[in-house]
Design a protein around this ligand. Structure first.
Ligand SMILES: Cc1cc2nc3c(=O)[nH]c(=O)nc-3n(C[C@H](O)[C@H](O)[C@H](O)COP(=O)(O)O)c2cc1C
Length: 209
């Protein structure tokens, strides 16, 4: 199987088979694909809430445009941004870098100043946009990794973030929900499983120079 076969296999599942659950190894691998995602400067401005509890999934349904993927999927992953991103995050990242690469904190001072400079030029809205971009990269990693493992997904923006934040107590954790992704296995009845892939042709989207 090539990665392109995997990408053709995947689609945004509308109907999950609620009897099929990910094994703990499969779930670990899905979460690892999020953890290993790249991000600007490597700053990883994210947390991922993994919901398995059925009663919580049920509460989310009405705030998800009644899209049943959130109740029928094996897990619902809510990709979240910190609401208090700042020096603490930068320092934690630098400490992690120093430890992993056996470097002194002083040797990372230039990098620290560069990140601080980059981020200080952003206002609150700009910072939010920047964090959301990083989170969508993680989402992309996960979609592709899941496809390669033949695990189904449905990326979802069709939900009310403020309600998710309330139900999941995200405010207390200094987080806000950005995008949602149920994971599991497609139902045999999902008519979208057999729908053609709607994509522009190569000629329409690539500009070679
Ligand atoms: C960021 C994002 C948000 C999406 N939100 C929803 C959603 O709320 N509900 C849904 O059924 N599909 C959602 N989709 C799926 C898209 O409709 C789907 O990816 C697109 O139609 C392309 O089809 P395919 O992914 O099945 O190949 C979303 C996709 C992305 C990337």
């Amino acid at each position: 199987m090539s990665i392109i076969d995997d990408m053709n296999w995947r689609y945004a599942v509308k109907e999950f088979d609620n009897t099929k659950k990910l094994s703990s190894e499969q779930l670990d691998n899905v979460l690892e694909s999020l953890r290993l995602s790249s991000s600007s400067f490597g700053l990883q401005p994210w947390k991922f809430v993994v919901i398995e509890t059925q009663s919580i999934k049920e509460k989310l349904l009405e705030h998800s445009w009644n899209q049943r993927q959130v109740v029928d999927a094996s897990q619902v992953i809510v990709l979240c941004a910190p609401t208090n991103f700042g020096d603490t995050h930068i320092n934690a990242f630098l400490e992690s870098t120093a430890k992993t690469r056996n470097q002194s904190m002083e040797s990372l001072d230039g990098y620290k100043k560069m990140m601080e400079g980059f981020l200080s030029r952003k206002d609150e809205a700009g910072l939010k946009v920047w964090m959301n971009k990083q989170i969508y990269i993680a989402l992309g990693h996960m979609l592709t990794a899941c496809a390669a493992m033949r695990i189904d997904t449905c990326p979802m923006e069709g939900f009310i973030a403020s309600k998710y934040d309330e139900i999941l107590n995200l405010k207390d954790k200094n987080l806000t929900s950005v995008v949602v992704c149920p994971v599991g296995f497609r139902s045999e009845n999902d008519k979208y499983a057999h729908a053609g892939k709607v994509r522009y042709s190569k000629e329409e989207i690539f500009i070679h120079m």
